[in-house]
Design a binder for this molecule. Structure first.
Ligand SMILES: [Zn+2]
Length: 458
């Protein structure tokens, strides 16, 4: 992990910025780096300059040419992070359902998601990223870990997603879902796309807060041959990157392994050195206690996608056994992280007060920021000087007291996307309530209709 220490330079401290006065500041990581501290709520001022928060305290004075915004007590907090999503899922909103019954998870993949990703062309990739990012922004989500597949448009697809995300003003960690579903030729294109994008990011700006990062993407163990895992491991090693892959999303992953005479999915990935710090596994519904121990020991990340699991009927992930490095993702449903957290908590309580609780919710929520810190090398989730100025300001209507002891209760039962007044990313105002979507995003309607027809959904 990179050094997360204060990264301000004198230019950032001295240049014109934005002074937020009298905010009720919810800071998820209020301590000096390396020191442990629980999230904190305090009334104070924040000054942003360049891409970062540069001052925090009571009664801060504006610098010449600063914009001054009096929040009059309005709540503000770090921008939300989605640890596993698929922006192309924006195309599935309202999509006609297949006429055949979807009885199993495999049916859902073969009748819905795989026909969709096979049909995506360049326009669909870009416009879904643009429209999906706009939706994310309106939910206060400022950083997305995207997991992309578009078998008819592989080369350059990650650039198209980057363009859509950047035009809205978010940050992203991108990858392409390598798979053997399309044969060797197509597999090689997907591998190349991952490596090409990782090299592009590595060759990018060396200063400032990174806007984009990459991982080595792969679909899931059950669509990957042994040789492909070997090639993926080679790229991870060459590019010093972890992998981003679905793991044990229901029993299909393990059942296919058994049919093919392979080891269980996690053991296969361990054998190729893919289970390591910086690697990101989504779902983990069908993992044993020993598997969870392995993930813990390897320092890998396991991302819970509760709403997706419910939607696909793949079972209930054992959230009480998830490793320390855990988070939550929406898996393409949307980028509403408060909604995801809320549903995860409710499901934890369903059938009796279950394993989530407030403390369980804390570790999944804060885990998303710890993951972002590990991959980007920046102090996301903190509102201390030196941190990236990615933050949400709510309308000035805090119905009940917000304090150090009840912040999770507000995330679970209080905050909604319609409460969001303003979003800043990298010190720049990227959204204000009432803003209109990017004009280009309106073209998604026409594109979606065309893609649905190409899929045979009428
Ligand atoms: Zn997914």
């Amino acid at each position: 992990m990179s050094d997360l220490g204060p990264k301000m330079d004198t230019e950032e401290q001295g240049s014109a910025g934005v002074l937020l006065k009298n905010g009720t500041v919810l800071d998820y990581f209020p301590a000096e780096l390396g020191a442990a501290a629980d999230p904190l709520v305090e009334t104070c001022d924040l000054r942003m300059s360049g891409e970062r928060i540069v001052e925090r305290g009571q009664g801060l004075e504006p610098h010449p040419e600063d914009e001054v915004i009096d929040l009059a007590g309005a709540t503000l907090m770090p921008g939300n992070v989605n640890a596993h999503g698929h922006l192309y899922g924006a195309l599935a909103a309202g999509m006609p359902q297949p006429t055949s019954a979807l009885e199993t998870f495999t049916d859902i993949l073969t009748e819905v998601w795989w026909p969709l990703d096979r049909s995506l062309d360049a326009d669909a990739v870009y416009l879904s990223a643009l429209a999906g990012s706009w939706d994310a922004l309106r939910c206060g989500t400022t950083l997305v870990f995207d997991h992309h597949a578009s078998l008819a448009c592989v080369g350059g697809s990650l650039d198209l997603i980057e363009k859509g995300i950047a035009e809205v003003g978010l940050r992203g960690c991108l990858c392409y879902e390598t798979t053997d579903r399309g044969g060797k030729g197509q597999r090689d294109m997907t591998l190349q796309e991952n490596e090409r994008y990782l090299q592009k990011v590595a060759d990018g700006p060396k200063s400032g807060v990174p806007r984009f990062r990459g991982l080595v993407g792969a679909h899931a163990s059950f669509t990957l041959e042994e040789r492909t895992l070997e090639l993926l491991a080679g790229i991870c090693s060459k590019m010093d990157s972890g992998i981003h892959i679905h793991l044990a999303e229901g029993t299909t992953d393990r059942e296919v392994s058994q049919d093919r005479g392979w080891k269980d999915p996690l053991d296969r990935l361990v054998d190729f050195g893919l289970v390591r710090s910086g690697s990101l596994f989504a779902h983990g519904v069908d993992l044993s206690p020993i598997d969870m121990q392995t993930l813990e020991e390897k320092g890998a990340w396991l991302i819970h996608c509760g709403r997706s699991n419910m939607n696909n009927g793949v079972g209930r992930a054992p959230v009480d056994r998830f490793p320390v490095n855990c988070g939550i993702g929406t898996d393409g449903l949307d980028d509403n992280m408060w909604g995801e957290l809320r549903t995860t908590y409710f499901r934890g309580n369903e059938g009796g007060r279950g394993p989530m609780g407030f403390s369980g919710s804390d570790r999944f929520w804060l885990g998303n920021y710890r993951l972002a810190r590990e991959i980007f090398g920046e102090a996301f989730g903190s509102l201390r000087p030196g941190s990236p100025a990615d933050l949400i300001i709510l309308d000035n209507f805090q119905k009940t007291p917000l304090n150090d002891g009840n912040w999770m209760g507000h995330l679970l039962f209080d905050f909604h996307p319609w409460d969001i007044n303003t979003v800043f990313v990298g010190g720049k105002k990227v959204y204000q309530s009432g803003d209109k979507p990017p004009v280009e995003a309106l073209k998604l309607q026409e594109t979606a209709a065309r893609i649905w027809i190409a899929m045979g959904m009428k």
